[in-house]
Design a protein around this ligand. Structure first.
Ligand SMILES: [Fe+2]
Ligand SMILES: [Fe+2]
Length: 313
């Protein structure tokens, strides 16, 4: 693990960043860079794993075999994303077991969006469309992030995220072609998820504590507000095509800037949800803790098997 690197080695870090090349696990790096990455990658991994819960709860109520197969594949992908990201994080000298412990103890965070309930099957579609859509805006630039293992994990994750967004949009399209009641379910779901989706990009740039330094290190490539704008610009025409109304009266095309103008989310709500006071924070963490404890025997059996050199009997 790199804690204090000689000055000459850190010169090479600066040169690599300036040349827009990748930092690899063997390279010297400033301790703050390593710590920032551990925090960000762990938070990202936790989000993938906790993110299985809102939709996973609908697996047993899917309306058809096809919908069940699609949703199962999507939720399993999220588990895979968590595993790639925990592995990327371990290259920075931390242990996945410790990261999981920090998640269940509340010492590390996950995306605020997963603290909202998925209360109808339309939410499966809306989460795919808006939440995975916002994740794509956040994650595509991370394919060029300065830390090699993180960037490479993101390339595969992004391919799967685009399937997630499409399956959600396709589900909503199908419901919008259905009955009045189904159309009302979609609109009600979009009304609930729109503002929390905008909050996924984090607080406004002026209040974002880590943005400037993360951009100087090439970890982040765009600011929170730039990414939020990109998401709005991408999503408004999709909402029109779908026939739903986004719940923001100030939403309007601005021909002078070439972007949509939009209202501000309730930033106090975001602060409350991040602090642990969202609708489902306690439930999500309790469920994760129970799953971790229930899985202890599997980890013990795997460790015993490995200690015997992987031989059965
Ligand atoms: Fe994912
Ligand atoms: Fe996803």
């Amino acid at each position: 693990m790199t804690t204090t690197a000689p000055t000459g080695e850190l010169d090479s870090f600066e040169r690599t960043i300036a040349a827009d090349q990748r930092i690899e696990p063997r390279d010297a790096m400033p301790e703050d860079y390593r710590r920032t990455l551990v925090r960000q990658i762990a938070q990202h991994a936790h989000s993938e794993i906790i993110g299985m819960q809102p939709e996973g709860a609908w697996l047993t109520s899917a309306p058809s075999l096809r919908r069940k197969a699609v949703l199962t594949a999507k939720v399993q992908d999220e588990a895979g994303h968590g595993i790639y990201l925990y592995s990327a994080c371990e290259t920075l000298g931390v242990d996945r077991a410790d990261l999981t412990q920090m998640l269940v103890d509340g010492r590390q965070k996950y995306s605020s969006i997963f603290n909202y309930p998925a209360s109808s099957y339309a939410d499966v579609g809306t989460i795919g469309w808006l939440v995975d859509g916002a994740a794509i805006c956040n994650q595509v630039p991370l394919c060029r992030t300065s830390y090699g293992p993180y960037a490479r994990a993101m390339i595969r994750v992004c391919k799967e995220e685009s399937f997630h967004q499409r399956q959600g949009y396709e589900l909503l399209q199908t419901m919008m072609r259905g009955t009045d009641e189904q159309r009302a379910m979609v609109q009600e779901s979009v009304d609930r998820w729109w503002w929390p989706s905008l909050m996924m990009f984090g607080p406004p740039d002026a209040e974002s504590a880590h943005t400037a330094r993360s951009m100087a290190w090439g970890i982040k490539r765009h600011t929170n507000d730039e990414l939020r704008q990109k998401f709005v610009d991408m999503t408004v025409p999709q909402a029109d095509a779908l026939g739903v109304t986004l719940p923001d009266r100030s939403l309007a095309w601005d021909s002078a800037t070439g972007h949509y103008r939009f209202g501000q989310p309730d930033w106090d709500e975001l602060a409350r949800v991040i602090k642990g006071d969202g609708p489902c924070n306690a439930e999500r963490v309790a469920r994760r803790r129970a799953a971790h404890e229930d899985g202890a025997w599997v980890r013990e059996a795997a460790a015993a098997f490995a200690a015997r050199g992987g031989r059965v009997g």
